[in-house]
Design a binder for this molecule. Structure first.
Ligand code: THU
Length: 161
């Protein structure tokens, strides 16, 4: 028997003032698009803004549907738009935020399905994707790779015969 320990890490910023720079700009864009989310059922408005290696910013927000499973999370709307329109450019960073007051003052973190998609695109990009998690105000988390969100992940390697 062998026990393994996996360590993940993230950096916490107390507020916008501590974050600053390009990361803050990306988070502000995610905040703006979160307000345009179509979330009449959950009223949980999420925005995502990603920066490609060429500097282009692609955004997304959650799109709900009366047939609930037909909706889509904000992160995936943004990532798939980037994959569809800029397939040759790596994703450098993604900022994700929700309008709703954060839980216990902390930013919400992406659902499992979005973690899996973020992981796929980090592999596709062949470089770590930085992740900025925040609310409209307050504490912000910065992760330096999707690996910190999804340890023991499932990747295409498992499908190789
Ligand atoms: N949602 C996201 O957009 N991203 C996540 O990571 C978690 C959940 C959306 C889906 C749905 O529209 C609403 O939030 C409530 O689950």
């Amino acid at each position: 028997m062998k026990k393994h320990i996996i360590t993940t890490s993230y950096t916490e910023f107390a507020s916008d003032t501590e974050l600053a720079g390009a990361d803050l700009e990306l988070l502000k864009t995610a905040r703006t698009v979160a307000k345009c989310a179509y979330a009449p059922y959950s009223k949980f408005y999420v925005g995502a803004a990603l920066r490609l290696e060429n500097g282009i910013i692609v955004t997304g927000n959650n799109q709900e549907n009366a047939a609930y499973p037909s909706g889509m999370c904000a992160e995936r709307v943004a990532i798939f738009a980037a994959g569809a329109n800029y397939p040759d450019y790596a994703i450098d960073s993604i900022a994700i935020c929700c309008v709703t007051a954060s839980v216990n003052g902390k930013p919400f973190s992406p659902c499992g399905g979005c973690r899996q998609v973020l992981f796929e695109y980090e592999n596709r990009s062949k470089k770590p994707m930085r992740i900025i998690l925040g609310g409209m105000t307050g504490i912000i988390y910065l992760l330096s790779s999707v690996k910190d969100l999804l340890p023991l992940s499932f990747a295409g390697d498992f499908l190789k015969k």
